[in-house]
Design a protein. Structure first.
Length: 265
């Protein structure tokens, strides 16, 4: 009896949560947006493309802001460390403490989303696009955790990210997602950034990016109008990365966020 009532309530609740997410996005209140999309995901229904994108935008904004803060603080820390005097070493201590605050927030947000993906979204999704979208997203958020981790923790996070990206790539192959599919292209883009920035394997990064780009170029004329714009935008980002990485001498060092990522999913 209870489950009948719950399922009767779900459509109305779903409409409200979607609308609240859009309102929060318009108002640029991304913490509120995250609460709404998280509740939406926890309804354990298969999300529409629009709902999936709201989820992605919400988390991307609150994580993106903190990743940017972390990079700024790291850059200031490096400048102070290079001075090597007494005053600077005192400042480095303060910077480290502040950075830890940002890292704690980042860790909590990434882990929250990874739990939502494992517990609610992946089990509720049948569509090939949905599966690849969520597995890629899991790869992304493990990668964000790897960015600021060190030692064994970094290795562990990087391995988790690689597994999710691999699963996403295999699913895209097995379920026949075309090479021009924007989600598949976004996966290739971010997986290659992962190889370059986290694993420091520029050759593998370039190989993966080039292969995805060449396959998509070959199939470009099969694309429908609405996917054409999205696909070519991501292909341009892949090409930008390839240009950057090959002109970089391919040493994989000091990438520090130079690799572009896909726009919002």
């Amino acid at each position: 009896h209870q489950s009948k009532m719950a399922s009767a309530k779900t459509p109305a609740e779903r409409r409200r949560l979607v609308y609240e997410s859009k309102l929060a996005e318009e108002a640029e209140r991304y913490d509120d947006m995250v609460k709404s999309v998280k509740a939406l995901a926890e309804l354990k229904v298969e999300l529409t493309v629009e709902e999936r994108n709201l989820l992605s935008v919400a988390y991307k904004n609150i994580v993106g802001a903190r990743r940017a803060s972390w990079r700024v603080l790291t850059s200031i820390e490096q400048k102070e460390q290079s001075k090597g005097d007494q005053e600077s070493s005192e400042k480095v201590g303060w910077i480290k403490a502040y950075k830890e605050k940002v890292e704690t927030e980042l860790g909590e947000i990434c882990k929250e989303l990874l739990d939502v993906l494992d517990d609610s979204l992946l089990p509720s999704t049948e569509s090939p696009e949905g599966k690849v979208f969520y597995l890629k997203m899991a790869g992304d958020y493990h990668r964000y955790l790897a960015e600021f981790a060190s030692g064994d923790e970094k290795t562990k996070r990087a391995e988790e990210a690689r597994k999710k990206y691999d699963d996403a790539s295999k699913t895209a192959d097995e379920r026949g997602l075309p090479s021009t599919n924007p989600i598949r292209l976004g996966l290739a883009l971010n997986f290659s950034v992962f190889y370059y920035e986290i694993l420091g394997e520029p050759q593998k990064a370039c190989q993966l990016a080039k292969s995805a780009f060449d396959s998509a170029i070959a199939d470009l004329d099969t694309l429908e109008e609405e996917q054409y714009k999205d696909a070519t935008l991501i292909m341009q980002l892949i090409r930008d990365n390839l240009t950057l990485w090959t002109s970089d001498g391919g040493d994989g060092e000091g990438a520090g966020g130079d690799g572009v990522e896909d726009v919002d999913n």
